[in-house]
Design a binder for this molecule. Sequence first.
Ligand code: ADP
Length: 407
Amino acid sequence: MNILVLNCGSSSIKYKLFDMPDGGELAGGLLERIGEETSLLSHRAGGRKVRVEGEVADHREGLKWVVEALLHPEHGAIRDPSEIGAVGHRVVHGGERFTGSVPITPEVVEAIREFSSLAPLHNPPNLMGIQAAQELLPGVPQVAVFDTAFHGTMPRYAYLYAIPYEYYEKYRIRRYGFHGTSHRYVSMRAAEILGRPLKELKLITCHLGNGCSVAAVQGGRSVDTSMGFTPLEGLVMGTRSGDIDPAIIPFLAKGEGLSAEEVERILNKRSGLLGLSGVSNDMREVERAAGEGEERAEIALEVFAYRVKKYIGAYTAVLGGVDAVVFTGGIGENAYRMRERICEGLEGLGIALDPERNRRTVGRKEGDIAREEARVRVLVVPTDEELLIARDTLEIVGRAEGEGWKK
Ligand code: ADP
């Protein structure tokens, strides 16, 4: 069965078409700048790549472009829309309700809409993608895979904030965590690489991309993660501050004459690697600048590494020891110098890198980069969230068909 995986952002649609259950990628691409003057579709299939420019008003029209590209006689991958057996959607926020992937029904759509108050930037475009797919591919089963779902197993002492309990009751303010699909994918893959059942393993998974988060995974279940009520908490990221003292917010608002929303924007968009270095939100640029002797770029790298190190220590305590630390995401998979900084001085915890293996494991390569004799394995595992969405979709469609799920 061919499964189309969609990841809809506010002005973009990222997509991949998989041949399941093999997992072969038939086509994929990105449509950007939806709603702007010129939209750009970068599409690839069967070794061919094309770029198409034009005006795409909204997600519905965008998805039409995507389906047309998939059907194209030269650079397409299928001949008829009926060859798309199911659609898997990445949905950011599943609130407290969804702790796993689900078939999309009118009630699920309603719930995703309700959780838009918790993820106002993400759930509305996810919904637009769902509605567009339902209209354009009527009768094709649709599945929602939530970014928050994997963390639904956190115990309450990990997800509650120590603020008046009534705010949890009234607004559902708590830690939700994100990047769940990635943490789940690399956990499963890590167990395969280690040749041990996931159930027996204590893992610390570090997803370091533009957004960054760490998760403590015990027996395949997330027991804590660094992102919180929103993706702003936790690690230093490209443009996000991660953990700060909340009292800084009113202090800064007063000092700079800003509203709370404006301060939040600074913490989301102008902080992190970018804010500290003044150079870029891109790790490559910051590393280059630091290499050329720019002090603030060096500071950004130090703070970034220190924060990850601190979470590894904390989660080692949470898990009562650790079998493997897993690095993934653009930084985790490639920035070997950053991995070196993060792991430096962790020998006391049994974590020690093999410098040569570490340096070699870049460019979407998988591998164990720990020293042979080290107690804790350190793995690099390229993430593949889309493949996991396709697998979930296949499983749910199979199960639902068995149960006579109405399309
Ligand atoms: P996203 O979270 O948007 O999916 P990625 O996972 O692709 O992003 O991660 C982007 C980050 O990965 C950027 O900070 C980029 O600089 C970093 N990165 C990618 N390749 C390298 C590399 N070779 N060396 C250092 N950093 C890299």
